[in-house]
Design a protein around this ligand. Sequence first.
Ligand code: ZN
Length: 257
Amino acid sequence: MYKTVLFFITFFYCTVGIPQHNIKVIHTGNMGVYITDGESSVLIDGLHEEYGPDYLFPTPEIVTKISSTYRPNAILFTHKHGDHFSEKLSKNYLKSNTKALIFGANQITQNFQEFKERVYTITTKNYQKQPHSFESIKITGVKIDHAGKRHRTIENVGYLIDFDNTKILHVGDTDWLEEINLFPRLHLTKESIDIAIVPYWMLLRKDATELLKKHINPKYCIATHISPRISQNDLQELKRKHPNIYFLTALEQQIQL
Ligand SMILES: [Zn+2]
């Protein structure tokens, strides 16, 4: 009897979606994610203001929650566009959380000199990975070009977040950009990435599944930057094509992995 009970308990834990990584991801709007392993936490592209009807943004209530409840150890920004970043909200956050750090390209951090040694600038001169360790996490920034020719001067940075036993990639506003051979230059498959957070348009290509495997090879993938005005048909079609991918479409939507 004891053995049977043990068997069923083991079976239950192994099969019924008990989180393997102890990682919680909370959507804060557009590409914004708060990520925690229960000990350390980061917020990526999570402080921005209303930008237009195609972009979810954190409501004042969520901004307050970020500052008083979630309190990420570091706020990270992929680039300076208004659907990813607000200088005002970021400064407010750093003022009220006096140990928190900020990461970004120079186009972001040049406006934060008053916060001195809490500011980490990721250079975008080349594709060199730039690791920084603090407490129990390692944050590595790397240039990942912004999608679209008209945004060529925008410095976009991707982040690899190394929690204790989980590695997470957030790529910001990029695309496959084969014309500049982007992903082969980043050598991401050798990073053993557990969770990749990408803009949904990277999944629209017919060969998206192959590209994801060839260039990133994550265990899990989370799609973001989804317009609140997307038609239910288009969303269902995407979900049908990618049954193993999580789609962040609602504020404070949570994923546990
Ligand atoms: Zn952008």
